[in-house]
Structure formats: structure tokens, C-alpha cells
Design a protein around this ligand. Structure first.
Ligand SMILES: [Zn+2]
Ligand SMILES: [Zn+2]
Length: 576
């Protein structure tokens, strides 16, 4: 027997895997001690922790997790050395003679030997990769019992899975558990219901219903983007949701995307609901001859697209079957790409920051192997994109060969308040579609030329963006898109007249404002405004009426007393 115990440094994700897999053994050890008739199967580390699948004598119950955790702590305190040895299969078959799962595993391992891990008097079949001793496994938590099957096959023996997580420090464990709790509490589906924003119904799975307040937010997202786009020289168009097969065959969607499209018949002809807005945009561009003087031509569209997603992957507003894109197509010359992309990057960063995303990462994806378009064109476009990134003074990564076959692109990812990365904005250069739809413009010498097309979306899907912003802010939408921004709360009905006078005076400032002058107590009024996550509460009592002032209470509980209407107006947050 050769002992191959390794000394493990502890700071990389690999080390965390080793720790978590060792925690799975520790769990099995505790299970053997407390429930000796349990059969062990496998216990790997996962992305967020570990699990072990068991065949228990009696099904485990929630209470057992506490007992097991306690036993794990005792075993950790005893600090058993974890040893790994290679033993012959023959010997292993004797050791695990009572466990058909382990016997099956032994048969499946190539070679004549298998690994045996041991700590104290507990041993397990394992190929190795553990921490030095059980004492290293200090910060762990068991969090769930669920059903599983041997080898994840429904036809096999049903098992019970106990899962948990482990970290190298108490702080990391606490942060993880807090984040997990937050993810449940601030799930946009839950917030959507709480704040009465949107809902989902079996009458249209994957097709969201927006309630008045949710639709207001949605419209505010559109208004904000529309204003920016007008400033940036876009002209808004709208193209039909239903278009015939001929178009989708020409665009290539019929050949490559048919499974995700919805079809219907009109006058015995096959039509499809558009899964993308681009072909519609090219029809608008190609509708009449274009001059070089019109370029760059920026056409924007809040385009409603439909994509068939399997019911199993639908997930609130994050994964739907119908969504609106803030789509934009820029038709330009290759020389114009750089300036257009520079402006688009600036715009995207400003928008993402306005919504509170301060950690933004950019990725440039370059020419893949099977690409179309000339080498010169690719080089020109790629260096235009690089220069645009440099002009914006942003750090970016390069995904060599990661571009689409029809052109290089830039993707934007943001990190949210719960540490998750989301891909949002995208800028995609396209040499193919202008070719495919035979788009042209007349250059300054009177000759026909092919424009380049730049597809870009800042929000991406408005539905998805809505969900991400909502979760990022834990339901407290930024002031400029809050469905209700201000609520006036009177302490008694004697202040009603003054409250209405205030609303009247504030009405010129485009605020979304409500009043609660009901007979409820002020504390209950504050509580319900807080639950509705209204950013500002204007609390009006006797003193405020006498002094013609306002108490401004923010949703976080901070209060400012005795401010005048003029002072209040200067405090209205503005964007841009
Ligand atoms: Zn192991
Ligand atoms: Zn497009």
C-alpha cells in the first residue's frame, strides 16, 4: 500500500472542489455513524457545493440534516488524517461486498486497482483529491434532501440526495448563504407578484402579462431609449410581426431556425411570426434606391419577436416566448463602422450605468474559421471595432475566432448586485445580410455599392432587461423608471388640502405621484409605501402645514425635515 496524501494549498476553485468533495466524504462518514444501514453511492463536488446520493434504510427527513451536520462537526473536530491508497480490485470487492453500487463502480474502473480513501475507521471508494484532514472541513452547511436515481437514470434505483456546501472561511459561507437567500427573496417572479408588475398564466405559457405598473415601467424603458436614439440620429420604424415564408427562406431562418419559429397560414400561404427584426429592416432599407448621402442610416425598432422555447426552459421574464428588442440596424460604409461603433459603445455604457450597472465587461469576438466576406473587409471591421473600444477607453477581452461567420462583434456583460454576470448589449457587424438581400447604395461616383450592416441592441430583450434590473435593485427600481416615484402621506385628514395643493404644484415636474390620505395611521401608510418600494414619501403633518414645508422620507428610512417645495424640486434625481 502506497500512501499518496498530498499537501493542498487552498485558494483556487480547484481547491474548493477538493474541499467540497472531502465534505461529501465527511457527510457519508456521519451518515454511516448515525444511519449505519445506509448504502453509499457517490459524492461529488458541484459548482456551488457538494452532494452525496444514498440508499437509506428509511427516508431521510429534514430534521436529520441538523443531526448529520452536528456529527460532521464532531468528526471535523477529531481531525482525522485523510489517506488515499490504491488497492487491488479483488480486495475492493471484499471490502464493498455488501454494496452493489460500489461493486458496479469497481467494475467500471479501468485497470487492476482502485482508490480507497479513509479517515478514522471510515473508508470510501474514491480516486482521490482530498484535503489533508477532516479538521480542514470547518465551514459547511447541509441544505437540502432531494430525490435522485442511481446513475441519474429514471429506470434505476431511486436514491436520496443530501446536498450542502463548504468554504474555507466562515465569511465566505455566510456570504454564500446570504446570496442564496437573496436569490430566492429577490427573484423577479416573486417581486413581479409582490409589486403587481406582471404575471404568467397557463393560457399563455412563456407569454408575459404586464399589469398597469409593469407596463408603465416597460413604457418608461422604451421612452428612455427612444429619447437617446433620437439624439443619436436614429429613425424609428416598425415592421410586421407576421411575414411570409419566402422571406424566412431567403434570410436562412427557415433552414436554420425553423424549430424555434411559429407558423400560420394566410390565404393558403405559409407565414411565420418573426423571430428577429433584421429581415424586416432590410426591406425598409431596400424599398427605394439609397444614396451615399443617407449613410450611415440608422433604423431603430422596438420589435416584438416570437421564439419557440421548450416549456422546461421558460423562466419568468428571463426566458420567454415573446419579447421586445430595442433593435437597431445601422447601414453604413466600411469606413463608417468605427465612428458608429464608437458612438454605440458610449451609448451602451451610459445606459447600463444609468440603470446602476457599474461593473461592465466587454468582449470582442473576431473572425472564425468558416467565415464569409473578404479578408480585407474583416480586418477593416475588426480594427474599426478595436479602435472604437480604445476610443471609449474601456478594458476588453478578445475571443479569438469567436465571432459569427458573417462579422466580428462586441458583447457587453454586467455583474449584478448578487454577483451574477448577464450578457446585455451587443454590437454585431454583418457582411452577409446586405449580400443576401442584395442591398446597395449609390456612391459619390454614381456606382452601386454594398453597405455594411451593424446590428445593435442595448437592452437586448426589454422583458429580460426588466427582470435583471428588478433583481439587481432588489425590487427598488431606479427613480427614473419607478412606476410610482412619490407618495404623499398625510398624518390626519386635516392635511388633505395641503397635500393636494402640493401634488398640484408638483404636477408640472412630470412626477409619477400618488397620495395616501386614508384614515390609516401614518406608520401603516409608511409601511405600505415601503412594501410598494416607492422611492419617496412626502410626510405631511400639522407642523408641515403650518410651516409650509415637507418631510421627505426615502425608502431606506432616511428622513429630512422641514424642506420647502423649492428645495424638494432640486432634489428630484435626474438621469443622463
Ligand atoms: Zn474522495
Ligand atoms: Zn439585426
Amino acid at each position: 500500500m502506497i500512501s499518496t496524501r498530498k499537501v493542498i494549498p487552498m485558494n483556487s476553485p480547484q481547491d474548493l472542489n477538493i474541499l467540497r468533495h472531502s465534505a461529501a466524504h465527511l457527510l457519508a462518514h456521519a451518515v454511516r455513524d448515525l444511519f449505519p444501514k445506509t448504502q453509499m453511492t457517490i459524492g461529488p463536488a458541484t459548482e456551488t457545493g457538494f452532494f452525496y446520493d444514498f440508499l437509506p434504510e428509511h427516508n431521510f427527513k429534514e430534521e436529520d440534516l441538523i443531526k448529520l451536520e452536528e456529527r460532521m462537526r464532531e468528526l471535523s473536530a477529531q481531525n482525522f488524517i485523510i489517506e488515499h491508497t490504491e488497492i487491488t480490485k479483488e480486495k475492493a470487492r471484499t471490502i464493498f461486498a455488501h454494496n452493489t453500487f460500489k461493486l458496479e463502480l469497481i467494475d467500471g474502473i479501468p485497470g487492476d486497482t482502485v482508490g480507497l480513501s479513509s479517515q478514522g475507521d471510515f473508508y470510501d471508494l474514491c480516486r482521490g483529491g482530498h484535503v489533508a484532514s477532516t479538521g480542514v472541513i470547518k465551514y459547511f452547511k447541509l441544505d437540502a434532501i432531494s430525490g435522485s436515481y442511481w446513475r441519474a437514470d429514471r429506470n434505476n434505483q431511486p436514491l436520496q440526495r443530501i446536498s450542502g456546501t463548504a468554504f474555507f472561511s466562515q465569511q465566505e459561507l455566510e456570504d454564500f448563504l446570504k446570496r442564496k437567500e437573496d436569490l430566492i427573496q429577490f427573484d423577479h417572479r416573486r417581486l413581479g407578484k409582490q409589486l403587481d408588475l406582471f404575471s404568467f398564466h397557463e393560457e399563455g405559457p412563456g407569454f408575459p402579462f404586464f399589469h398597469p405598473k409593469g407596463r408603465r415601467v416597460f413604457n418608461l424603458l422604451i421612452d428612455y431609449m427612444r429619447t437617446l436614439q433620437i439624439k443619436a440620429g436614429y429613425q424609428e420604424i416598425s415592421t410586421p410581426i407576421v411575414l411570409n415564408d419566402k422571406l424566412w427562406r431567403q434570410s436562412g431562418h427557415y433552414a436554420h431556425y425553423k424549430e424555434n419559429m411559429y407558423f400560420c397560414f394566410i390565404d393558403e400561404q405559409s407565414y411565420a411570426l418573426k423571430p428577429m427584426n433584421c429581415p424586416g429592416s432590410t426591406i425598409v432599407f431596400g424599398e427605394r434606391p439609397r444614396s451615399y448621402r443617407e449613410l450611415p442610416l440608422r433604423l431603430s425598432e422596438f420589435g416584438l419577436v416570437h421564439r419557440h422555447e421548450l416549456s422546461g426552459v421558460l423562466h419568468g421574464l428571463l426566458r420567454v416566448r415573446a419579447f421586445t428588442q430595442d433593435d437597431g440596424h445601422i447601414y453604413c460604409t466600411p469606413e463608417q463602422i468605427e465612428q458608429e461603433v464608437t458612438n454605440t459603445i458610449t451609448m451602451a455604457i451610459n445606459v447600463l450605468k444609468a440603470f446602476g450597472f457599474n461593473e461592465i465587461s466587454l468582449m470582442l469576438s473576431t473572425r472564425p474559421e468558416n467565415s464569409m466576406g473578404s479578408e480585407i473587409l474583416w480586418e477593416q471591421a475588426t480594427s474599426a471595432l478595436k479602435n472604437a473600444l480604445i476610443a471609449n477607453n474601456v478594458v476588453y477581452d478578445i475571443d479569438e475566432g469567436g465571432g459569427a461567420f458573417y462579422g466580428p462583434k462586441i458583447d457587453f456583460k454586467v455583474k449584478d448586485s448578487m454577483g451574477r454576470l448577464w450578457q446585455l448589449s451587443t454590437i454585431q457587424v454583418d457582411f452577409f445580410m446586405p449580400e443576401n438581400f442584395d442591398l446597395s447604395y449609390i456612391n459619390s461616383h454614381g456606382a452601386k455599392e454594398r453597405p455594411v450592416m451593424v446590428h445593435r441592441a442595448i437592452y437586448g430583450s426589454l422583458e429580460r432587461f426588466f427582470a435583471i434590473v428588478l433583481e439587481h435593485h432588489k425590487g427598488h427600481l431606479p427613480f427614473f423608471i419607478a412606476p410610482v416615484q412619490v407618495t404623499v402621506l398625510t398624518i390626519t385628514h386635516e392635511q388633505s388640502a395641503y397635500a393636494h395643493e402640493l401634488i398640484q404644484k408638483l404636477s408640472t415636474h412630470d412626477l409619477r405621484i400618488t397620495i395616501d390620505d386614508s384614515s390609516e395611521t401614518i406608520s401603516s401608510k409608511i409601511k405600505s409605501a415601503q412594501c410598494a418600494k416607492i422611492p419617496w414619501m412626502l410626510v405631511i403633518g400639522k407642523k408641515e402645514v403650518e410651516q409650509k414645508t415637507i418631510t421627505l422620507r426615502k425608502n431606506n428610512g432616511s428622513q429630512e425635515f422641514g424642506i420647502t417645495l423649492e428645495q424638494l424640486i432640486t432634489r428630484i434625481p435626474s438621469i443622463e
